[in-house]
Every structure is written in C-alpha cells, then in structure tokens.
Design a protein around this ligand. Structure first.
Ligand SMILES: Cc1ncc(COP(=O)(O)O)c(C=O)c1O
Length: 399
C-alpha cells in the first residue's frame, strides 16, 4: 500500500467535503454550474475590501531584495508590533494584560497557527477537548502532534456545556480548544460562559497540578451580526492562546496569513513563545509569507462588511424556517447548521443532491442529524436553492 494505514483511515474520515466537492463537479458538468447550488465549501465568494488591493500595490512598489528574504521565524518585529497594539485595543486589554510584539507569532493561516500551538504543548497521549460540532480538521491537527481528541457535545443551542467540559477534564487533559464564532454552527460563546470556563480551567489546573491551556480559534472574529462583539478569551484565563487569520475577514484564505496571540500572563510565557517559534520553523512553515505580513500590518481593523453575510444569513435562514427546517440562528461566521428532517443526515444530504443542492452532513462535524450549509455564496445561489430545499424537505417528511 503506497500510503500509511493512518492516512488511509484519515482519507476515509475527511471524505465528506471532498465527496461533496467531487459530486458538485460531476453535477455541474451535467447540468451546468448555474443549475447546481453548491454550499459545501467555506470559501468566501466576495472580493477582499478595495483597500487590500491598494495596499498590496504599495507593498509591492516599496519592495527591495531584502523584502523577500528570510526573517525571524516569529515574523517581522514591526509587523508584530502593529498587531500586538491592535489586538490589545480590540480585546480591551488593561496595561497588565496588553500584548507586546513578543506575544505575537505570525503563522501560515489559522491552520498553521493551530498546528504550531499543538506541536508546542502536546506530549504523546495528551488529550485535547474539543466541543462538538467542531471544525473537522481539528482531529487531524491534534493527531499530528501525538495528541488525542476528546469530543464534548455542546448544548442543543450549540452554546458551551461547561459542566460537560468540566466532567471530561482528567489528568491527561492538556488543552481545551474552542472556536467562536463557530464553524459549523455560527454560535458566538457568551462572555459569561467563557468566564465560567476560565474559572473551571483555573480550578482544574490547580487540582491536577499542571497548566491546562485554552486555545481559542477565531478566524471569524470580525464576521458577527446584529452588532454583537466577540468576548476576549485573553481577559478570562491566563493560560490562553488566540489563533486567528485574515482568511475570512479580508477574504484571503489562499494567501495563508494569520497569527497566534499568547496571553502575557501565561506561566513560563517566554519558554512557550520560544517553543512556538521553533515549531513554526520545524513544521516547515519557517515563517509566514513575507509579502502578506507586510500587507496585513497596514490593514489592522479592516474587514469585509459583515452585513454582506448577515443579509445572506437572513435570506437563507428565513426561507428554511418558513419551509419547516429547525435551525439555531447563527450569530456570526457564514454557516447554517440546521437539523435534518430525518435523523439520517447522510441520506438527507443525498436527497438534497438529487435536487442539485450540495451541503455537508453533520456527521462530518461530529454532530449527526444536522447539515452544514456554507452560505458564503452568491445571492443567486441562495435564491435558486430554496425550491430544492423545500422539495427535499417534503420528500423526507413523507418517508
Ligand atoms: C474554524 C476554523 N478554524 C481554522 C480554519 C483554517 O483557517 P485558515 O484558512 O486561516 O488556515 C478554518 C477554515 O475554514 C475554520 O473554519
């Protein structure tokens, strides 16, 4: 067998989105791309804000040969300074809590950042608690670094079930990994729940005589609706990392640029940061892309207008509710995660496929009987899909 047993197993587990992608390509070839309503991928369909292109031109014009060279593995110090200042203000950090450039490590997107953090903190067999439904790649990233993923369900409204998290913490727990605004549910965790989670982790760290880290994956932080603000985890718990990127808010997922912010109040913070920097190097990222670092330094606080996605959410959410689907209204990101009208989500997703509507079964996110709809698509795709959603719903209810 040319590939390892483990990769074979992973390829099976990761196949949902790939299967939808392949099915989408097949259906588009038969019916034409405009007749297939593809909600399978979280790839923003909108252009980056205009200022991204203007600044990109400037950055290119100002380039010298040195601009394309290696740099400190953590990234350009002046870029990290700009980001540290912005994050400190954005998270409303006090002087004591504020970040310096040393607390920022530039990464190849949030995915790169998560791998760097996990590489730095995990020993073989260490457990990482994730709240289900969860971003499907987490299991692979945790395994990359010898860890074991432990799934803990969220409540029916997808808010954190702190009691369940607390009950799952054991001497093997090294970290809790959360994602807010959430992919696939769009849930934003409340300040109150994060504060209680911080207290639980403090208590459990004390009980087991070791630090339990909190990793907050936040690439959708700026995509929130109805004037909501995402609370800062850095204010809730000292042993915390924020991992994020410019993939979604600047619509640059292919450019692979993001960062890790390390809580300055973390125990042995300098050692942890040194470990992150080495991990960035030895995982083969070496450093985040130079051009993109210089670009995003100029764009702190710039984001796609969340109203664009809020309008799409409203259009699709209202239509699905009218049809009869049950769905928690998302507060951010660009996903809906409704219940499927029959408990077998895989069968229902196939019924939707027959209507040329492509979504991903909740099973792929550790939450069966649901489906993920990535609505970062043209309005015409949303509008064109509604009849298909309605027909599949009716057929499912008639089973
Ligand atoms: C929850 C979550 N975390 C991390 C990532 C990876 O983001 P990036 O493209 O910045 O690596 C994604 C991408 O879809 C995501 O949805």
């Amino acid at each position: 067998m040319p590939v390892s047993q483990k990769m074979l197993q992973f390829m099976g587990r990761s196949s949902w989105i790939r299967k939808m992608f392949e099915e989408g390509a097949r259906l588009k070839a038969i019916h034409g791309a405009d007749k297939v309503y593809d909600f399978s991928l979280g790839n923003p369909n909108v252009y980056p804000p205009e200022i991204v292109y203007e600044e990109l031109h400037r950055v290119v014009q100002e380039s010298t040969p040195a601009s394309h060279g290696y740099m400190p593995n953590a990234g350009y110090p002046w870029v990290r300074e700009k980001i540290a200042d912005f994050v400190s203000k954005d998270h409303n950090l006090s002087d004591k809590e504020s970040l310096s450039p040393d607390h920022i490590v530039m990464t190849c997107g949030a995915a790169g950042g998560l791998n760097v953090v996990l590489k730095s903190i995990l020993d073989p067999g260490d457990e990482v608690i994730v709240t289900a439904p969860y971003f499907v790649e987490y299991g692979f990233y945790i395994d990359n670094h010898g860890g074991v993923m432990r799934q803990v369900p969220t409540r029916p409204d997808f808010s954190l079930d702190i009691e369940a998290i607390e009950n799952s913490i054991s001497p093997k727990t090294k970290a809790v990994l959360i994602n807010s605004p959430n992919n696939p549910t769009g849930r934003v965790y409340s300040e109150e729940s994060l504060s209680i989670l911080g207290n639980v982790l403090d208590r459990k760290s004390l009980q087991f005589g070791k630090v339990i880290y909190l990793i907050s994956d936040e690439p959708y932080r700026r995509i929130v609706f109805d004037d909501l603000k995402v609370p800062s985890i850095l204010k809730m718990y000292p042993h915390s990392f924020v991992v994020t990127s410019y993939s979604k808010d600047l619509c640059l997922p292919g450019e692979r640029i993001g960062f890790i912010a390390v809580n300055p109040l973390m125990e042995n913070v300098r050692d942890v940061i040194d470990s992150l920097i080495l991990a960035n190097r030895i995982l083969g990222f070496v450093n985040a892309p130079a051009l993109m670092q210089r670009l995003v330094a100029r764009l702190q606080g710039v984001s796609v207008d969340p109203l664009v996605y809020q309008k799409k959410r409203d259009k699709l959410y209202n239509a699905l509710i009218e049809i009869g689907y049950e769905c928690v209204k998302p507060e951010g990101a660009f996903y809906l995660f409704p219940r499927t009208p029959i408990s077998d989500d895989v069968t229902f997703v196939k019924m939707l496929q027959e209507e040329l509507v492509l979504v991903v079964p909740g099973t792929g996110f550790g939450c069966p009987s649901h489906m993920r709809i990535a609505y970062c698509v043209d309005d015409s795709t949303i509008e064109g899909s509604i009849d298909g959603f309605a027909r599949a719903f009716k057929r499912a209810k008639a089973i």
